[in-house]
Each structure stands twice: as structure tokens, then as C-alpha cells.
Design a protein around this ligand. Sequence first.
Ligand SMILES: Cc1cc2nc3c(=O)[nH]c(=O)nc-3n(C[C@H](O)[C@H](O)[C@H](O)COP(=O)(O)OP(=O)(O)OC[C@H]3O[C@@H](n4cnc5c(N)ncnc54)[C@H](O)[C@@H]3O)c2cc1C
Length: 387
Amino acid sequence: MALDSTALFSKLETDLAHTAAKIYRPDSADFDAIAQCFIYKPVRTPAVVRPRTADDVALVVQFCLRNKADFTVRSGGYDCAGRTRGDGALVIDMRDLNEVSISEDKCSATVGGGILHGQLARTLGEEGLVTPMVHRMEHARRLWPVIIRLRLGVDQILGAKFVNAQGEIQTASEELLISIRGGGGSLGIITELTIKVYPLDKILSSTILYESRNLEATITTYNQHYEHLLAAQELPDCLQLQPTITQIPNIGTVFGVMVTWYGENKEEGYAWIESFAKAGTCVMEATQETTLAEVLKERDNLVTWPSYGRLFTLSVRRLTERTITVLARHCPQAPGGGFIFSHHTLRSSQAPAQESVFGARTRHHMLEINAAISESSFVDERLEWGS
Ligand SMILES: Cc1cc2nc3c(=O)[nH]c(=O)nc-3n(C[C@H](O)[C@H](O)[C@H](O)COP(=O)(O)OP(=O)(O)OC[C@H]3O[C@@H](n4cnc5c(N)ncnc54)[C@H](O)[C@@H]3O)c2cc1C
């Protein structure tokens, strides 16, 4: 049955008529804005449906099963490889399942399955709370902005509800929770998560740039500083480091680090930021006392929608001399410039997790190679560079 048939979606409208779910067809005025994801993908999307409740999600899945209609699930639309939409597939857009309910003891919160972490950080922040997270908790296998002392996003999940492949709402058992912690939506459509939350008000957020005319030497000096502190076991868990390489117009390719301090003791945080500013010839240091919600908002503003291409990742145990040579040789050549590279780090301060399918907690850097750019004319060259 053709997915874009008017009859099919009239039937969906009938099935959902008694609900508050919204359906956007390609001729709806706001369709493009609603359907847009971070990575541009030239696909045919017959409709976007935005359920408001888990019952609505179950009805949509039952509809798709009955009518053999393909669908994809969408929340933030940030999938790095543009897999959020599929050609001819109905999009189930979860963003209206975004409630946040904080427990009385303020140790946990129950959140809707489509919550975006900017919004979650804002709501928790109003109560002086945070949670380690990425865009989507159950996919939180990647590491930013992880608050290391509180473990990874996946480790925060206490409970989950999801709509399974039969279109039924299911509460995850302890065994299924292990799969959801790292396996994300592979069991079904997550409609609700219960997560741990922690008291933390302000954080320190700093951007440091180093003089980088000799990029290889600059990365090497920084890396030696980092490795020395790591070996001496001096790096506190409240300190988050995300090195970056960016091509800046009229300046060139610049190595820097985004430093975040999640500790209560701000003096100690400022001292660590100063220590890292000295891990090279610092040409800029911008530090502010702020909130996690503000930092996320600022970083979101740096991302252009839509972008073309994709992000690639590669995990390495440490930055060897050879890795640094390769980075220094290729980053200045990235066609289209802009933000090129960063790496996210797990420092191995954690025991392997038994309660998650993402059990590996050994030290590593996840290299993020950015082949997603706002200028479509460079995309093929940038993808070739990235891969
Ligand atoms: C510029 C950029 C920077 C990033 N930086 C980081 C980073 O520092 N750290 C990090 O950890 N990650 C990072 N990511 C990755 C991002 O966190 C993941 O791609 C995440 O899965 C995006 O979630 P989303 O809801 O925005 O994406 P979507 O594209 O909406 O969803 C991602 C996947 O999850 C599925 N899905 C969505 N909602 C549900 C649901 N309710 N139930 C079941 N399945 C669902 C979708 O079908 C899709 O397969 C980055 C991504 C980008 C584009």
C-alpha cells in the first residue's frame, strides 16, 4: 500500500481523532520546519505524526502494523549520520512527550520519551538539579557533557516504559533495562524514563585557544600535560576536557579545549582552568560561571540546521605521536573549514558496568571527525576527507 495515499492518512487521522496527536502532511504550512533534521537527507516523508501520550504512540504503531506502513522514530533529529528519516517512512515525532516530574526527595525524575536535554537541563536547573546526559539518555553511549563523577548518561536510568513491536505499552523489567541502558530504542519506542538527578547549581565553562601555527607541536604539548596529570592521578572527576580543532577565517587552524568544571569548589575549578590554559601558548581564555542549561543553549546555537554530510567517530586508547601527526596533517585541509575535530574522553575512573549493555569503561578517547557542513557545495569533498 502506498504510504502517501490520502486514504491511508485519512485513516490515521480517524484513528487518532479522539487524541491530541497532530498530523503534518507535506502540504501543511509548517511541514518543512517540523520534518527538518540536523543532517539534510533528500527523502520522501509522507507525514509526520506527533503523539502526545504513550497511548497515542501505541495507536500509531498499531496503525502501522495493520497497514504495513514503514515508520521511523524521531526526537531531537540530531542523528549524526542522518538516519532519523527513511524514504517513504512515516515519522513518529516524540517531541511532545516532554513532561518532567521530579520526585519529592529530588533524587530522581520521570521524563517523557521525547525530551531534549536542553529542555531537561532547564527544568532541572530551576530546582538546582542536573543529570549527566547527551541528547537522548538511552543513547548516551557517547561522552559529552558527561559529569564524570556521576558516571555516564546510561547509568542514570532507573526505569523505562516503551511501546513494543506489537504496539503495546510495556514497563521494562530489570533485565530489559540492561538493554535500554546503551541499547536505546532497539526494544521499542521509549515513552518514559525515570532517571537519577543530582544537586548542582552553577558550573564553570571555559574555552581556551592555543597558538597553533605548529599544530602538531601544540597538540603534543597539550597532550603531554594531560597524560602527565592522568598518570599522576591528579585529574579530578569534576573536570571535563573536550579538545577541539577549528578552522577560523583569517586566522587558520586552531587547537583549543573546552573545559567544564562541575565541582562545588569554584576556586579549585578556576585553578584547573588556569593549569590547562598553560598547556600551550594561550591566545584566548573565556571563562564563565554559568549553568548547564546555558552551556547547552550556547552550544546548540553553534550548530547549523540543516547540515550536509555526517559525523564520523573512531575510538583510540590514547593520542599517540602518530595520531597527532595525522590530525595535524589533515585537519588544516578539511574542505569547507569550520569546526573539524574534537575528542571526548573516558578516563577509566570507573569500574565496568554490569547493569548496562554499554559495559566497557576502559580509558579511551572517542575522536569526533566532523564531515557535516552547512555549505552543501563542499559536501562530497568533506565526506571524502572525513572517511
Ligand atoms: C553536532 C553533534 C554533536 C554531538 N555531540 C554529542 C556528544 O558530545 N555526546 C554525545 O553523547 N552525543 C553527541 N551527539 C550525538 C547525539 O547525542 C545522538 O545522535 C543522539 O542519539 C541524538 O538524539 P536525538 O533525539 O537528537 O536524535 P534523533 O535523530 O531524533 O534520534 C536518534 C535515534 O534514536 C531513535 N529515537 C529517537 N527517539 C526515540 C525514542 N523515544 N524511542 C526509541 N528510539 C528513539 C531515532 O529513531 C534515531 O535512530 C552529537 C550529535 C551531533 C549532530
